[in-house]
Design a protein. Structure first.
Length: 120
């Protein structure tokens, strides 16, 4: 009788533990791999950064009295920052993405205010 009970117990445990493990694995959410970076993202981000830097240099070199020229340059600078923001939104992930998007959003707002005040 004890032998039969021990055999039934071991058989039960031998069936329940693997089944419970299998159900736990099936019920677990799938691991989320890091999203693959889109092709060309490295180059797009580098180009956007270079374009923004070139426009910043152009803005600094302009004379404050060059009315129409400074408005045109400010609008072009706005365009480059918006393009850099789009590239950042597509190509970066995680905390770095959020930090850079926040900075670029602030830059867009600042440039937009400059356009409104200087170029109306």
């Amino acid at each position: 009788m004890l032998r039969r009970f021990a055999f039934a117990f071991l058989t039960f445990v031998g069936l329940v533990i693997p089944a419970a493990f299998a159900f736990a694995i099936l019920a677990a959410p799938p691991a989320r791999p890091e999203p693959a970076q889109l092709p060309g993202c490295g180059r797009n981000l580098a180009d956007a950064t270079a374009s923004v830097a070139a426009m910043q240099a152009r803005m600094k070199s302009l004379n404050a009295n060059a009315g129409l020229e400074i408005c045109t340059a400010t609008r072009l600078y706005f365009l480059e920052v918006v393009k850099a923001r789009a590239a950042t939104a597509l190509c970066k992930t995680g905390a770095e993405r959020e930090r850079d998007l926040g900075r670029l959003d602030a830059d867009v707002e600042h440039i937009n205010e400059a356009i409104a005040s200087r170029c109306s």
